[in-house]
Every structure is written in C-alpha cells, then in structure tokens.
Design a protein around this ligand. Structure first.
Ligand SMILES: [Mg+2]
Length: 295
C-alpha cells in the first residue's frame, strides 16, 4: 500500500506565491512515494476542521501557507488527539518558525524536507482550549499586526515606531494584569506581552533571551511594562529596536505554565492571527506533543 499525504494549502498566502511552484511541489511528494490528496483552504478556520477530521486518514499532512495556516493545521491535529507528522512549506513573507526549524523560504526545497524529512517531536502551546505553534501575544503591537496585515513582518519595528510617535504616554493602551508562574506572582501594567517558542519573532532575533530550544518543555515569556515617563518610553524603544540588550521595563523568564488574569477582556493573537478576547488565560507547554517534519 502506498503512503498517503494530505496536502493542504492556502492559495492566497504570500501573494499567491505557491502558484509558481505547485507542480514541482506535488511532483516532489509523488516521487517520495506518496499518493497525494490536495485541498485548498476555503476560509479562515477551514484548515482546523479539515486537519481535525482527516488526521487519522493520512500518514502525513503537509501544509503550505503563512504562520496562520500552520497554526490551523496544528490546532486541528492536536484537537483530533491523533498523532500525525506535519510538514510545513512556508509561503508567508516572514518565516520565524520555519527558520527556527531549518526550513527556508525556497518552497521546492521545503517540499523536499516535508516529503522526505524525519519527524521532530516539538513543543506546542495550549492556550485555554486553543493551541499555538510559536507565539501567543497581547497588546498594542498585536492589534497593529492583524489589523493591517496577516503576517508578523516588522511587527516590533512598527511597534517601536508607534511608541516613538505617541505624543502622550497615556495614549498607549495598557493592561493591568496578574501573572502567575512557578510560584511567582507579578501584578503590573503592561503594554505588550508575548509567550514564544521560536528563535525569532517578527523577524527580530535579539529580544528573546536565554537558551532557546523548541523541544525543551518551556516557553520564553517577555512582558513590557507600561512606561510612566519619557525616559521609560525611550528605554522600551531602545530595547525593541535592539539598541539596548535589556531593559528595566521588561520582564523576561522561562516557564512551562503561566496564568494571566485581568479585570477587562484583553485581545490576543496566536501565531499572528486573532486569538479572541480573554480576561483569564492559562498557557501550558505540551512538551514534544506535535511532530514537525525537519531535514
Ligand atoms: Mg522552548
């Protein structure tokens, strides 16, 4: 019996970049010995349903699109409770997670990895009842990101620009939160927070501290405090633009579980897509629970 692959892609990701490569990508899968079922995603959330209901029928699921497409496939597979290896052919304009895995932006090369590579047991984030692959975030910059474009390109650069342009500090949206992790409790006001499992976010490499591994069972957490004066604001801008390596305005730590509580609803993004409004968020690391295909 031949191996079966579900090849699921978003035809519109990266300005339709896949169209030029589609025949070559499918040919790579056929030559690797797969019987290929092709599915084009029809709307937001479609890939979640498809991956969830079809996970048990295939030896491998290969997806192509931006981070949002990968997020949907991983969410669907995790929700199915069935373990099936996932190959990823990035088509977005930033490729933080792919780069972290050694998957570049050449789509045919990525197809070779997806079809011929080996499963790598990778951590995945559980966010209340939802899942994320490499970044869950809230705050000023996230809203900019998903309102203006679907990818994370220059997200933090844009954030620094907005902060610099803020005429009055009190114009910056701020969220009072209680953050609990590993027996610690922080109670503070934040303009931004992110929980990541990636070497870079929004194309930025420097701002995530410590030893990063995608299968170590912990996330890196970065929380930026609300600036109270222009000096603190400048401190944050310097940190975001990489001028300074650390900041008194920033909490950084690693953990496998954290809980964030606020009195008002806060808007979150998961892998750059809208993740809902929540006043209570529990994030846990599902250690090595998804299988991503790497070289
Ligand atoms: Mg990690």
């Amino acid at each position: 019996m031949s191996k079966r692959v579900l090849f699921l892609f978003n035809p519109r990701s990266g300005k339709g970049k896949i169209k030029e490569n589609l025949a070559d990508i499918i040919d790579v899968m056929v030559k690797a010995g797969y019987e290929v079922m092709v599915y084009t995603t029809q709307s937001a959330g479609d890939a979640v349903q498809k991956a969830r209901t079809e996970a048990g029928n295939y030896d491998r699921i290969i997806c192509s699109g931006g981070d949002g497409t990968l997020d949907e496939v991983v969410t669907g597979v995790m929700a199915s409770g069935i373990s099936v290896p996932i190959g990823y052919i990035p088509a977005g304009s930033t490729n933080d997670f792919g780069n972290s895995l050694g998957i570049g932006s050449d789509m045919v090369q990525a197809a070779h990895i997806a079809a011929e590579g080996k499963p790598f047991p990778c951590d995945v984030g559980k966010f209340n009842e939802d899942y994320f692959v490499y970044v869950a975030a809230f705050g000023i910059f996230t809203e900019v990101s998903y309102q203006t474009s679907q990818d994370l390109k220059n997200m933090l650069g844009h954030a620094a620009y907005i902060l610099e342009g803020a005429k009055q500090i009190w114009d910056i949206p701020s969220y009072r939160m209680q953050v609990e992790y590993d027996g610690n409790v922080l109670y503070d006001e934040f303009i931004y927070g992110m929980v990541t499992n990636s070497m870079s976010v929004g194309g930025f490499k420097g701002i995530i501290p410590g030893n990063i591994a995608l299968d170590d069972g912990v996330f890196e957490v970065t929380l930026i405090k609300t600036p109270k004066n222009p000096i603190e604001l400048n401190d944050i801008v310097c940190f975001l633009t990489g001028i300074s390596k650390d900041s008194n305005q920033v909490y950084s730590f690693q953990t496998n579980f954290l809980k964030l509580t606020s009195s008002e609803d806060v808007s979150w993004t998961l892998d750059g897509e809208y993740g809902g409004n929540h006043h209570l968020v529990a994030i846990s690391n599902c250690k090595q629970e998804m299988e991503i295909i790497v070289e």
